[in-house]
Design a protein around this ligand. Structure first.
Ligand SMILES: Nc1ncnc2c1ncn2[C@@H]1O[C@H](COP(=O)(O)OP(=O)(O)OP(=O)(O)O)[C@@H](O)[C@H]1O
Ligand SMILES: [Mg+2]
Length: 254
């Protein structure tokens, strides 16, 4: 097998040059980090589960006409994606108070919000991804007014759709982090959903018991992190064929 060029290595994924120009291979690692890298662990099987869960959710979103970077899954840990110019803003949409919103505004975790709230965070590890306003996003040219408008519309649509999808399998979508990018085709630019949608970047609680199945299990040392992610995949009907035994997957990176 030929050696591929590594384009970027992040905390949870590696990007390799893809087989055709304008494509990348996204490799999902088992590394888990939190609190801006201060906490780190290997969760065996996480990469395999996130690859599968993100594939499934991006495909369902594609079905309803949401443009995404996803092309196809290649194997247990890799997927082919379209290369985009990432907008350096993390878009967070919240349905229920949790995490930093609860801390910042003194809201009890689990209390419902009057409506879905969208927040923007500037993507900067050195600055620990600070919360910013729409004003900052447009004034500093991270996205134009028009782009931000489209991002907001897409975000609310994605949130509504995924809220229903998860509710159907007994899960409450508490909040969700999204990334968008610019994709050029024949001189035309369009915004597409990029990165991943997985329990690493959303909160999912059991509809009845409020048990947490997402990355808070890692952040808060609740234990059984892999089992939580596997439970989400199981409910979505996409647990890898051989079941949990199959989750370690190939670990070799070319
Ligand atoms: N389609 C795409 N084209 C180009 N870059 C992408 C695409 N999808 C995701 N990315 C970027 O690839 C990287 C994925 O790696 P990972 O999630 O591990 O990064 P990270 O450690 O969270 O760092 P970052 O702060 O850059 O997100 C991210 O920087 C993400 O913005
Ligand atoms: Mg990331």
């Amino acid at each position: 097998m030929s050696r591929r060029r590594r384009v970027y290595e992040g905390k949870a994924k590696i990007l390799f040059e893809g087989p055709e120009p304008g494509t990348l291979v996204q490799y999902f690692k088992d590394d888990a980090t939190a609190f801006n890298n201060k906490k780190h662990a290997i969760i065996t099987g996480k990469g395999v589960l996130n690859n599968r869960i993100s594939e499934y959710l991006m495909m369902r979103l594609g079905d309803i006409g949401v443009p995404t970077h996803f092309v196809r899954r290649l194997n247990m840990r890799e997927q082919l994606i379209r290369e985009v110019e990432i907008i350096p803003v993390e878009v967070v949409v919240r349905n229920v108070a949790a995490g930093s919103l609860s801390t910042r505004l003194g809201l009890e975790e689990g209390s419902p919000l009057p409506r879905s709230i969208v927040e923007y965070y500037y993507k900067s590890d050195e600055l620990s991804d600070p919360l910013v306003s729409e004003e900052h996003v447009t004034a500093f040219g991270w996205a134009s007014y028009q782009e931000l408008d489209e991002i907001l519309n897409l975000t609310l649509r994605i949130n509504d759709f995924l809220t229903g999808l998860f509710m159907g399998v007994g899960l409450r979508l508490i909040d969700l982090k999204l990334e968008f990018g610019r994709l050029w085709e024949d001189e035309e630019m369009r915004l597409v959903l990029a990165d991943e949608i997985s329990p690493d970047n959303c909160r999912l609680w059991d509809r009845q018991t409020n048990e947490k199945f997402d990355k808070d299990r890692f952040r808060r040392d609740l234990g059984n992190v892999q089992e939580g992610y596997a439970e989400i995949a199981r409910r979505l009907g996409i647990l890898p064929e051989a079941g949990p035994r199959d989750l370690s997957g190939p670990e070799t990176i070319q």
